[in-house]
Design a protein around this ligand. Structure first.
Ligand SMILES: NC(=O)c1ccc[n+]([C@@H]2O[C@H](COP(=O)([O-])OP(=O)(O)OC[C@H]3O[C@@H](n4cnc5c(N)ncnc54)[C@H](O)[C@@H]3O)[C@@H](O)[C@H]2O)c1
Length: 260
């Protein structure tokens, strides 16, 4: 028996990076996976890849900034698979920005996906889970949300702090309905987003790529940055029955950068 046999899991932003690793690990563990992704070609490609194995996957083109898309995602998931057992709120956006250069448009872009979209996914899917009498919600935050300063920008850190706070409040609100809510706070993780932030820092700090990577990775106590799979392994545990009494926590996966 696999660890997530027959569980139905929605993963937002699953087209690449950490979300893709989580969707793939879930599929390997027997879950039916819904890829809720803005980028059609990334989403379709992962659905094809997973459906070519023993897994069942469904791509639903979703922009989590749009209420109508979130409602459509829930309807299509229920129609196709019959329930929603797990929600992984992974989608977020950021870029490298100096403190003094952040504009209102940057702020709205970052918060509309990473905080607002994430909350309304929790609210809409939480209602389905409440009616079912069970559920697991896993929010992908960041150590930036705990004040780790070597991040892409301060607005992103604030949005991730909001995710950590909302995780605690959602956990206490939904506990009586048998819904566990936890956050994972990745540190430096080698995805496309990471390399985009590195490129931005080359410009803002006037350093070479090697120097920026050394800045990010050199300070990690365990001397190893994450692969997306490091986050996916914890996401499997938090969705599994072994984590049935774990809720309201924010778990760092960062090689020891932030200890709390
Ligand atoms: N990579 C890191 O170093 C790192 C560190 C800490 C936290 N995180 C967090 O991990 C999560 C995944 O990061 P990643 O590095 O894999 O990012 P990524 O940019 O590589 O992937 C994000 C995915 O989300 C999708 N997406 C963007 N906006 C969307 C929207 N409105 N609706 C639906 N999908 C949307 C993108 O198309 C993309 O496929 C994010 O929450 C990020 O903040 C990443």
């Amino acid at each position: 028996m696999k660890r997530l046999d027959q569980q139905v899991a929605i993963v937002t932003g699953a087209g690449r990076g950490i979300g893709k690793a989580i969707a793939s690990h879930y599929a390997r563990e027997g879950a039916k996976v819904v890829i809720a992704e803005l980028d059609k070609s990334l989403g379709e490609s992962l659905a094809r890849e997973l459906n070519n194995t023993a897994a069942e996957a469904l791509f639903v083109k979703t922009d989590i900034r749009q209420f109508a898309d979130i409602a459509d995602l829930c309807t299509k998931t229920q129609q196709h698979f019959g329930s929603i057992d797990i929600l992984v709120n992974n989608a977020a956006t950021t870029k490298s920005l100096d403190f003094f250069d952040i504009t209102e448009a940057d702020w709205e872009w970052i918060y509309s996906v990473g905080a607002k979209g994430l909350f309304f996914c929790m609210q809409r899917v939480g209602a389905v889970m409440k009616a079912q009498g069970h559920g697991r919600i896993i929010n992908i935050a960041s150590i930036a949300g705990k004040g780790y300063p070597a991040t892409s920008n301060i607005a992103y850190a604030g949005a991730k702090g909001a995710v950590i706070a909302m995780t605690r409040i959602a956990a206490s609100t939904l506990a009586a309905d048998n819904i566990n809510v936890n956050a994972i706070c990745p540190g430096v993780t080698r995805t496309e987003l990471y390399y985009e932030v590195v490129k931005g820092k080359i410009k803002t700090l006037g350093k070479s790529e090697a120097e920026i990577i050394e800045l990010f990775d050199g300070s990690i106590p365990i001397k190893r940055s994450n692969e997306p799979e490091d986050i996916a392994d914890l996401a499997v545990f938090l969705a599994s029955k072994e984590a049935r009494n774990v809720t309201g926590q924010s778990w760092n996966v960062d090689g020891g950068l932030v200890c709390d």
